[in-house]
Design a protein around this ligand. Structure first.
Ligand code: SF4
Length: 447
């Protein structure tokens, strides 16, 4: 049965945290859902609570540092249980009254989709849903995304949403939309074939300052601290040609210069994926910049992939080193040996990358980790001639390390996701200390 085109609203919620910054962070999944709905005849609106370019923004919304930039922030009370943390807590994003005005300025939707990211950001999701329901009292709100998937029961009881979607929404969205609106149309893409998806609806944003790309869903590894295998149990890939075409489309149609790969496994099986992709980019002579805010697998960095990345225009590389306790890492991951790391760094340097372009992520705040371990890791990376980048450990449910994290934490991690905030080093027994954080920052700066 079909009826008049229904209107669906998609919302990217606020972040409540001690710190947040737009490091090429866009709700790629939500904007993919928007494009699927649009392709199938729905009318869609999009409101981004993190919009750095909102016309009412008090700060000048400038495109800074290759598309990245700060969010507007408003100080709010710290969550219950974290009152003693000596750091300012904020709502990141537009002011609530602007959000309300934006909601009032669109036709009433028949359905609202809200996404979610970090588990400990759920208070921002909850506040977003409260505001939506103030304006659209009887409209169903559906919540999906990472928090909704990892903390399903918590989301059911705490988020305020009417329905929680677990896992990839792309395969479920049309069914949900049909159930609620009664509108249906023939399927115009194959949910199991990423090449048939419409491009994410980045054009719904007020300004497109960069484009995130996801060329592979999932990862073949199962690192103890990572939920990739839970969030994307199957690996699926786009073809190199379709990715090159998308890059050309955004560059030629919207003048986009910066592209961020969100992949967990960009370099895995390079002969069939990264190599033809990078060669395709080079052959098209598209003069744009690429960034890999998600870590690259060090083992797959060869002379060839390093040189292709450099020639294709990669400007910011992050490597997944995580720790230099190479002999003790088997219970964490199977990422890399000391000599493989050194070899990869020399390939990147030979290819032309400099110290500021290449950073190695180092996990900070693992259960049982000492400052000495971190010091050693930082020094090893510095000695290799690239930049150490601390990645503060977030305990995540459904990961192998979760139980150890719960046992080692000074908080009851299972009682509330706010206690898993990596800014408070939740798995260190000692209380949060600025001294530790300042010391880590100092050694990272090489002081
Ligand atoms: S940390 Fe990286 S390599 Fe390990 S499972 Fe997650 S995405 Fe894969």
């Amino acid at each position: 049965m079909t009826k008049k085109t229904p209107h669906i609203l998609l919302v990217n919620p606020w972040i409540h945290d001690f710190a947040a910054y737009d490091f090429w962070a866009k709700p790629l999944g939500l904007l993919t859902l928007a494009s699927i709905l649009r392709l199938h005849g729905f009318s869609v609106s999009y409101i981004d609570c993190l919009d750095r370019f909102h016309p009412k923004s008090l700060e000048e919304a400038s495109v800074k540092r290759q598309g990245r930039g700060p969010y507007l922030k408003t100080q709010i009370p710290r969550p219950k249980g974290l009152e003693d943390i000596p750091r300012t807590f904020s709502r990141y994003g537009i002011l609530p009254e602007w959000f309300i005005n934006d909601l009032l300025s669109i036709p009433a939707p028949e359905l609202v989709f809200v996404t979610s990211l970090m588990t400990y950001w759920y208070p921002g999701v909850k506040e977003t849903i409260v505001r939506i329901k103030e304006v659209f009292q009887d409209i169903p709100v559906v919540l999906g995304g990472i928090y909704a998937t990892l903390c399903h029961d918590h989301a059911v009881s705490q988020s305020g949403a009417d329905k929680i979607v677990i896992g990839a929404g792309e395969k479920k969205i049309l069914t949900i939309a049909e159930e609620i609106t009664g509108f249906s149309s023939a399927l115009l893409f194959k949910p199991e074939d990423l090449d048939t998806y419409p491009y994410p609806a980045f054009d719904l944003q007020r300004k497109i300052s960069y484009i995130p790309l996801l060329t592979t869903k999932g990862c073949p590894f199962s690192c103890a601290y990572c939920a990739s295998h839970f969030l994307n149990p199957e690996i699926s890939r786009r073809s190199p040609d379709s990715i090159v075409n998308e890059i050309c489309y955004w560059h030629e149609t919207f003048g986009i210069m910066d592209f961020a790969f969100y992949d967990d496994a960009l370099l895995i099986d390079p002969g069939n994926h990264a190599v033809p992709l990078l060669e395709g980019i080079i052959n098209k002579s598209v003069n744009v910049r690429f960034h890999t805010p998600n870590a690259l697998h060090i083992r797959e960095i060869s002379k060839k992939t390093a040189s292709l990345m450099f020639n294709a225009g990669f400007k910011t590389l992050r490597l997944g080193l995580e720790t230099v306790s190479f002999d003790k890492r088997s219970d964490l991951d199977k990422k890399v040996k000391a000599e493989e790391f050194q070899q990869a760094v020399s390939y990147l340097k030979e290819a032309g990358f400099n110290k500021n372009q290449v950073g190695a992520y180092l996990l900070v705040g693992l259960p049982g980790q000492s400052i000495t371990d971190i010091e050693l890791a930082v020094k090893t990376v510095q000695k290799s001639g690239i930049t150490p980048v601390p990645a503060y450990y977030t305990p995540i449910p459904h990961t192998a390390l979760w139980n150890r994290a719960v046992k080692s934490s000074r908080y009851d991690l299972e009682s509330d996701p706010v206690f898993t905030n990596n800014a408070i080093l939740p798995c260190w027994r000692e209380a949060f200390s600025w001294k530790d954080i300042s010391y880590i920052k100092k050694i990272v700066r090489g002081e």
